[in-house]
Design a protein around this ligand. Structure first.
Ligand code: BES
Ligand code: MN
Ligand code: MN
Length: 452
């Protein structure tokens, strides 16, 4: 019955999602402030149309949070669905094959910024809810909380959660904002990395100088920054910050073996990224490097002249944005402090260095023996015909750890994206099949969860 409903309404579901994807809800860019709100209002209307009660925009210091609920019986359990309607900036625009906010389907994939991360995945929940309401089969209570600031650190959501514990009372958090291994190998994410994100500024002389007149005699902040960054890893690919690994929990041999049993084809991985070799911390596999090991990467670096042609200049300043992905037990604030102390110590006297913490969050591991995990597992088995494999993802959703800390709630990370969906990158896309199977799997989750 539900499958028929999904099949016969498929085109409408996609049309609605496309309308939503056309709204450029880029949370990082203040010129899109109104678009972000428009995307929130759009979602609010869809929740009302689907049959939710108490649908509201909750104002914050930043972008609004969309809240909706359907309480069918207070004695029944409550699922709290979290997601985000904000998207990453679409640049570099020239690398998109079709405009980021004009969704199109090519090869059965929806191409648009936010198609997978996370509007497409949130919309599966809206349509799953609609289908259950239409057929009177919603088996428990549900609350939805969809924020507009995930891609910029969820600071205001953190405040909202702390201030609205009663409103958010639930039994389990359900999130679709992660990936499966492949369509042939469904999986459930059981670990996310934490994050410490900093910006560094290196200042040399008080103004840009002629690189011939002064070059060689005055420290060039770009040269210095490059050297400082290079010093952050040793020859084994380990991060050199003193204390960086102190709190990292080493997995047992058995745990590492289990993790490496997940299907993973290194050749395919390299081919898909057009690289001849992978890279990383010595002694660990690729799956371990992204799943259970902390890492450090420069996300952007700039300074001096970057326009067309040549300009001979010794710049006054150089900058970099650096992210550190963290694993359970590492504290992001502590890591930011360790980074800052170490980075300052690397600076020669000829420059001044400033480190600014931008945002961060703790890693999370979710239990695999809970009622909700068992229900998610059963839902995948029912819809995909295969038992899902537990995986540790390299990305971060900092609010997951906060949900545990503030609300005492565990999360089930039932995402349906693929690593190859190019999230945060040009030509982001999401499989139509993933979208439709996702709706089905979510509905099956409720059924199994309410039964148990
Ligand atoms: N949905 C992603 C996180 C993700 C992606 C988890 C793939 C697992 C697999 C989320 O929207 C995201 O991009 N998070 C940011 C962190 C945030 C604080 C900016 C990230 O991981 O960079
Ligand atoms: Mn996301
Ligand atoms: Mn994202």
């Amino acid at each position: 019955m539900v499958n028929e409903y999904i099949q016969s309404n498929k085109q409408r579901f996609l049309d609605e999602l496309f309308d939503w994807l056309r709204i450029p809800s880029v949370s990082a860019d203040s010129k899109h402030k109104n678009d972000v709100r428009k995307a929130a209002e759009f979602l609010k209307e869809k929740f009302i149309a689907a049959g939710a009660d108490k649908v509201e925009l909750c104002e914050t210091k930043g972008h609004p949070i969309v809240y909706a609920e359907k309480i069918i019986n207070p004695a029944l359990p409550t699922v709290l669905v979290y997601g985000h309607y904000d998207v990453q900036p679409p640049d570099p625009l020239n690398l998109w094959n079709s405009p980021p906010f004009e969704p199109v389907i090519k090869n059965e994939k929806i191409y648009a910024r936010g198609a997978c991360d996370d509007k497409g995945q949130v919309y599966m929940h809206v349509k799953a809810f609609e289908a259950m309401m239409k057929h009177n089969t919603l088996p428990c209570n549900v609350k939805f909380m969809v924020e507009g600031e995930e891609e910029v650190g969820s600071d205001n959501l953190g405040i909202f959660v702390k201030e609205n514990k009663t409103k958010l009372k639930a039994d389990i958090i359900l999130i679709s904002d992660t990936a499966i291994i492949s369509l042939d190998h469904p999986s459930i994410t059981v670990g996310l990395r934490g994050l410490s994100y900093v910006e560094v500024e290196v200042t040399g002389p008080n103004r840009d100088l002629h690189s011939g007149v002064y070059g060689g005699a005055v420290a060039n902040p770009v040269n210095v920054l490059a050297k400082m960054i290079a010093a952050l890893h040793d020859e084994n690919g380990r991060v050199t910050i003193p204390g960086f690994y102190d709190k990292v929990v080493e997995l047992s041999v058995a745990e590492r073996e289990a993790l490496n049993r997940a299907p993973f084809d290194l050749n395919h991985y390299k081919k898909e990224l057009a690289i001849d070799d992978v890279h990383g911390e010595k002694g660990y596999t690729t799956l371990e490097r992204t799943g259970i090991r902390p890492t450090l990467d420069v996300n952007g670096i700039w300074g001096g002249y970057t326009g067309e042609g040549a300009k001979t200049v010794l710049p006054s300043k150089a900058y970099a944005k650096i992210s550190m992905r963290l694993v359970p037990n590492q504290d992001n604030q502590e890591i930011t402090e360790l980074f800052t102390r170490h980075f300052l110590s690397l600076a020669p006297k000829s420059v001044k260095v400033k480190v600014t913490a931008l945002h961060g969050g703790q890693a999370a591991v979710t239990p695999t023996d809970s009622k909700a995990f068992t229900a998610a597992s059963a839902a995948f088995e029912e819809v995909w015909g295969k038992r899902p494999i537990p995986t540790r993802d390299g990305g971060s959703i900092p609010i997951v750890a906060l949900f545990k800390k503030e609300l005492g709630l565990d999360t089930v990370l039932m995402g349906f994206g693929l690593d190859s969906d190019a999230i945060h990158s040009p030509n982001e896309h999401y499989g139509v099949k993933n979208f439709l199977l996702g709706i089905e799997t979510i509905i099956a989750f409720y059924k199994h969860y309410a039964r148990s």
